[in-house]
Design a binder for this molecule. Structure first.
Ligand SMILES: NC(=O)C1=CN([C@@H]2O[C@H](COP(=O)(O)OP(=O)(O)OC[C@H]3O[C@@H](n4cnc5c(N)ncnc54)[C@H](O)[C@@H]3O)[C@@H](O)[C@H]2O)C=CC1
Ligand SMILES: O=C(O)C(=O)COP(=O)(O)O
Length: 543
């Protein structure tokens, strides 16, 4: 078997390389600093890549990529990855959310202390041969108020350190409750604006979003407590850098410490060299401990993904651990086959799909099952590869409405998936289940209950439920030397004499002449072939 090829596109710790080398299913190449066309070509040579904040994976760099299946961010922020473009191509994006939490919290705190005691300029003045003790009069942290915006992993660790330094801590995060705040010994603010006039230090620990961009801008300057010190160890752009310069010049702001910048790398800024400013080049996660942890965790994510299909810490798809995958693999297969079946049985343009999960399967991760169905439904229609990562997005992008219903009621089977697709004035319906451990079955077509294999060459014929039909069908295919492996018939409402449907599993594809003879049988109304993968044959993303 060919080895999985991994690209290491930003520097990672040696422990990560050691882990990669220990698995013989993998080979890797280090390619640091790729950009533009070089990056696009490079990305197409790998099955998986691991990155940090250096390389920018844009939509252009992924264009036409048919090989890449996984991008791992050895760290937290995935803002340097165009996740929508990755999702559209069916590439899973995963990160290592906790490996650098402590180091980053410590760095934010280090910056805060450096600001309060003018550590950097005092040392610089010593280096310049001066002994200036008066100029560097500091400010004590104890009894000061620390404002924290973003109370996730890092924000909470910063709070603990603030409390240890006997600071009063006020936090704002839309997910922070009063109860949690009380338990952690902090006060909860309702808004950032409410916090600004109260805090002596403000530190931000959120991603950069539309809501957090320029969270402190020129219009907020007058609302800041005079003499405030601002720290950003999260993402550049959360503070408006121009407003910081203005606030420092007017004296409203006493100090600014930045580890991150609107444009990175940033080697030139009006802030650099201003009194009261200390900056570092994105060093929050740069400790041996954090780098070892994120490199090992990140490589492990890649090994597990390619070896077992496990999806962990994904930012663009639901998680899927090996146990769950094993438990629902057969249902993923049924859902995928129902999609393939219905795209052909409906035959027209679909505008709405409703999936109903009944029985035990309703307690499973139905989002993944729905994705598998979408992959089947789209597979024959689209040029691009469809899998459980991109299928739902591609479906919704085509304006197709998707509904999910879950019911614990079992119906005729312990578990079943029923799907109704409609569009262009036609509605088609099918249901599937799994017999035993891994025998997928089609148990309903439109309103006809039956029990048919859902693999290989299917032939579906609707007919009037009159005696002799089955014999005639058998004779017709015998004449054309097409072997019928299996036949299932379902009646509408299970009453004799009405409309019925027959599903044949054929050993080979019937010729046009065989189909014409079939259509010529009196009482046969419609005849349609449907192509499905052979039993046990699954798409690569399901193996
Ligand atoms: N400087 C560096 O080297 C590093 C920077 N980071 C950055 O630090 C930031 C925080 O990381 P973690 O704490 O690990 O993430 P996290 O996901 O644990 O926490 C983020 C918190 O921000 C909150 N949030 C989101 N929007 C908000 C808003 N509009 N207002 C207030 N709160 C909001 C969320 O509810 C969440 O609690 C991320 O941007 C990450 O990329 C992380 C590691 C290293
Ligand atoms: O984890 C994060 O979000 C970081 O910003 C750390 O960036 P880095 O991996 O040190 O380039």
């Amino acid at each position: 078997m060919a080895k999985f090829r991994i690209g290491v596109l930003d520097p990672i710790a040696t422990e990560g390389f050691d882990l990669l080398k220990s698995d013989s299913n993998f080979e890797y190449e280090e390619r640091i600093g790729l950009k533009g066309d070089e990056l696009r070509k490079g990305l197409a040579e790998f099955d998986g890549v691991i990155i940090r904040s250096g390389v920018k994976i844009t939509a252009e760099s992924l264009e036409g990529n048919k090989r890449l299946k996984a991008i791992v961010r050895a760290g937290v922020g995935t803002d340097n990855i165009d996740k929508e473009a990755a999702t559209r191509l069916g590439i899973v994006v995963m990160n290592t959310p906790a490996g650098n939490t402590l180091s980053t919290a410590e760095h934010a705190f280090a910056l805060m202390m450096a600001l309060s005691r003018s550590i950097a300029p005092a040392y610089q003045s010593l280096c310049n041969g001066k002994w200036d003790r008066k100029l560097y009069m500091g400010s004590q942290l104890a009894d000061k108020t620390l404002g924290i915006v973003g109370f996730g992993r890092i924000g909470r660790e910063v709070a603990l350190r603030g409390l240890a330094f006997r600071m009063r801590v006020i936090a704002f995060d839309p997910f922070l409750t009063d109860e949690q705040a009380t338990k952690l010994g902090v006060e909860r603010a309702e808004t950032v604006a409410e916090m600004l006039p109260k805090v002596d230090y403000l530190t931000v620990h959120t991603p950069l979003t539309n809501e957090t961009k320029h969270l402190v801008s020129q219009k907020d300057l007058a609302n800041l407590k005079p003499g405030i010190r601002l720290i950003n160890c999260a993402r550049g752009g959360i503070y408006d850098e121009a407003a910081l310069v203005e606030g420092l010049n007017s004296g409203q702001i006493a100090g600014v410490a930045l580890d991150v910048f609107e444009e990175e790398p940033c080697t030139d800024s009006p802030l650099f060299g201003m009194p009261g400013v200390v900056c570092t080049p994105h060093l929050g996660a740069s400790t041996e401990e954090a780098q070892t942890q994120v490199a090992v965790e990140g490589i492990q994510l890649l090994l597990n993904f390619f070896n077992t299909g496990e999806i962990r810490h994904a930012v663009n798809v639901a998680a899927l651990d090996p146990k769950t995958l094993e438990a629902i693999r057969s249902y993923l297969d049924v859902a995928y086959r129902l999609g393939l079946f219905l795209s052909q049985w409906h035959g027209g343009s679909v505008s709405q799909c409703t999936l109903t999960y009944r029985g035990e399967v309703a307690d499973r991760d139905t989002k993944l099952l729905t994705n598998a169905f979408c992959a089947g439904l789209l597979e024959r229609a689209l040029e691009e590869d469809v899998n459980i990562i991109n299928a739902e997005l591609l479906l919704r992008e085509r304006g197709i409405e998707l509904n999910e219903i879950r019911s614990q009621e079992m119906g005729a089977f312990a578990s079943s998936i029923t799907v109704e697709v409609s569009g262009g004035g036609r509605t088609a319906k099918a249901a599937g289940t799994v017999f035993g451990h891994n025998m997928p079955r089609l148990v309903m077509v439109d309103d006809h209950r039956l029990e048919a294999y859902i693999d290989g060459n299917l032939l579906i014929f609707t007919h009037q439920d009159v005696p002799g039909i089955i014999g005639k069908v058998g004779t017709t295919f015998g004449k054309h030397e097409v072997n019928i492996a299996q036949m299932a018939v379902g009646r509408s409402g299970n009453q004799p004499g009405g409309h019925a449907i027959g599903v044949l599993n054929l050993d080979s594809q019937p010729s046009a002449a065989a189909l014409a003879d079939m259509q010529a049988i009196p009482a046969v109304e419609t005849v349609q072939t449907i192509e499905l993968p052979a039993a046990g044959q699954m798409p690569s993303w399901l193996q």
